[in-house]
Design a protein around this ligand. Structure first.
Ligand SMILES: [Zn+2]
Length: 80
């Protein structure tokens, strides 16, 4: 196995409430063990609850923004 490094852009993905303006859905800490697991979320403003399948919010997503970076950044000062 070997490591591979990629330059990425990170996004934080939040789930906004449908029932109020600007409330954010946060996990209640409960996990329903179905397949996929379901995670109840509750709005931090109005308390509206919604269950999300397979993921929790907020979470991070990474988008690759360049094909490859040289193997090991610390070794990039080459020995020529
Ligand atoms: Zn709400």
């Amino acid at each position: 196995m070997k490591e591979k490094r990629m330059l990425v852009q990170a996004y934080m993905v939040c789930l906004m409430c449908d029932k109020c303006d600007g409330g954010e859905m946060k996990p209640t800490g409960i996990c329903l063990t179905s397949l996929p697991p379901q995670y109840p979320h509750r709005c931090d403003q109005c308390g509206h609850e919604e269950t999300v399948r397979g993921k929790t919010y907020p979470h991070h997503e990474y988008v690759k923004c360049s094909p490859e970076v040289p193997q090991d950044p610390s070794a990039s000062d080459s020995h020529e």
